[in-house]
Design a protein around this ligand. Structure first.
Ligand SMILES: C[S@@+](CC[C@H](N)C(=O)[O-])C[C@H]1O[C@@H](n2cnc3c(N)ncnc32)[C@H](O)[C@@H]1O
Length: 458
């Protein structure tokens, strides 16, 4: 091991110049051919950092001190910055955030997809920049009587930062969270301890229809008696009239996740509504909905623009969720067929079609890979829209999509790196990438949504 390699040993401290931002959001420094990914550093910074992980070709480090701040650095808007794991880019000016996000989409397409020189549309900037989320998940922690309720510390899953005002969601839902925390403190029942697997209160999930004003409160606990639950439900509905749904979910597993568990309704309904792009969407606790309502509309309209529908097309909407894209496209084509894994989401998509009086959209449950094998379509689809989860579509799924031979494909993605891999396979299968656009749904975080249009060439 030479002296340079020794300096990358875990626990060593180094002074580093940050030259770039990596996909995923860490600062990038280079030293003697080595790449160091630095948590909490911005391009242009000179920092003192400690190595936290060392690998043969790269290392990971954490900032201890900013020795010379980048000119793009700004003061964080949130008082929990650094302590809380969210919004890690808020010290970077918004213009720079957008520039890096655009650059990262183009880098992914180039490096992973081998699709260099794709012309990108200007990125769509987020509006508003704060209080944009329609869903937030908090974790309960702390001893009996001293319960805290907030987000995990970065990289420390056992530790929770108590939050009074999170700038990602509305003032109303902040007040609801604080009221529930105070009530839980008085309950005399301890929060769940992930390590010991004892205690009761686990998570709080708040969903808010930002265009309807309706709020869903979902309290997730371990198994056991929920003392005073009716009293709490009455109090919440009296103090916060927008609360339309109060649910109690039980997580009996070791996994520290907030969703997907059996629930009972403590007050109101088992669902709320949100409006996006003129559609009235019914949402259940488990269903997927883009978390930024305002930008979801812009994203879907961009996808619709790329689709260039004339009114007579047969459209396939793959990974269709509760039907948002299919129902929006339905007004611009002859027929749209959605395919979605979750049976419950398919039921909701069908209900959403009825609510919005859409008659030319049908939904089918199942895996895309299986459904595309079994589908008996009346004709070749004119357009395939796909909006897969973060892992992207599997190779088999993309092969099946290629087998459909649709003249155009619109790809909506929340992960440019997996989209780039799928884009390579589409290119090898005879499609040309015509347009790409980044849509910023998650300001102050490294995440970016992308829409891409592919045209069949051979
Ligand atoms: C990113 S969401 C998109 C939902 C919808 N397009 C929207 O905008 O609200 C991805 C959806 O894919 C579904 N899904 C995941 N794997 C799937 C598969 N193999 N086949 C079909 N659907 C799948 C998930 O249940 C989820 O609803």
């Amino acid at each position: 091991m030479n002296s340079l390699e020794k300096s990358f040993k875990k626990g060593n401290e180094l002074e580093l110049e940050i030259v770039n931002l990596a996909f995923g959001g860490k600062g990038v420094a280079r030293l003697g051919g080595f790449v160091i990914f630095v948590e909490g550093a911005m391009p242009g910074d000179r920092v003192r950092a400690v190595i936290v992980r060392s690998r043969p070709s790269y290392a990971e480090a954490r900032v201890l001190e900013v020795l010379n701040p980048s000119r793009s650095r700004i003061e964080p808007a949130c008082s929990y910055f650094g302590d809380c794991g969210g919004c890690s880019w808020q010290t970077l000016s918004y213009e720079e955030q957008l520039r890096y996000k655009q650059h990262q989409v183009s880098e992914c397409l180039g490096h992973i997809g081998g699709l260099t020189g794709s012309a990108m549309d200007p990125p769509l900037a987020a509006e508003p920049l704060w209080r944009y989320r329609n869903k937030v998940e908090f974790t309960f922690a702390g001893p009996e009587g001293g319960t805290i309720l907030g987000f995990h510390k970065p990289g420390q899953w056992q530790q929770v930062v108590d939050i009074d005002d999170c700038l990602l969601h509305s003032r109303l839902t902040n007040r609801i969270r604080n009221h529930i925390r105070a009530w839980v403190r008085d309950s005399g029942v301890p929060a769940y301890d992930q390590h010991r697997q004892t205690g009761f209160w686990r998570h709080l999930v708040l969903r808010e229809g930002l265009n309807t004003g309706e709020v869903m409160v979902n309290i997730v606990t371990a198994a056991g008696e929920f003392p005073g639950r009716q009293e709490l439900a009455r109090e919440l509905t009296r103090l916060f009239p927008p609360v339309a749904s109060i649910l109690w979910s039980i997580n009996q597993t070791r996994a520290s996740v907030a969703g997907g568990f059996p629930f009972s309704v403590l007050a109101g309904r088992d669902h709320i509504h949100e409006k996006i792009g003129g559609l009235d969407l019914k949402i259940s606790p488990a269903s997927f909905l883009q978390t930024n309502t305002a930008m979801a509309e812009r994203l879907y309209l961009k996808a619709l623009e790329y689709a260039g529908l004339s009114g007579d097309e047969l459209v396939l909407d793959l990974y269709s969720g509760i039907g948002s894209i299919a129902l929006l496209f339905a007004g611009n084509c002859r027929r749209v067929l959605g395919v979605e894994l979750m049976e419950e989401a398919v039921e909701l998509a069908r209900e959403n079609a009825l609510i919005n009086q859409v008659e030319n959209a049908q939904f089918r449950s199942g895996k895309v890979r299986v459904a595309l094998k079994e589908l008996a379509l009346e004709r070749q689809p004119d357009l395939v829209v796909l909006d897969p989860p973060r892992a992207g579509a599997s190779k088999k799924e993309v092969s099946r999509i290629l087998g459909l031979g649709a003249p155009r494909i619109v790809y909506v993605s929340c992960n440019a790196s997996t989209m780039a891999g799928n884009a390579r396979q589409l290119a090898d299968g005879g499609y040309r990438l015509l347009r790409v656009g980044a849509v910023d749904m998650f300001p102050h975080t490294p995440h970016i949504e992308t829409v891409a249009l592919f045209k069949r060439e051979s």
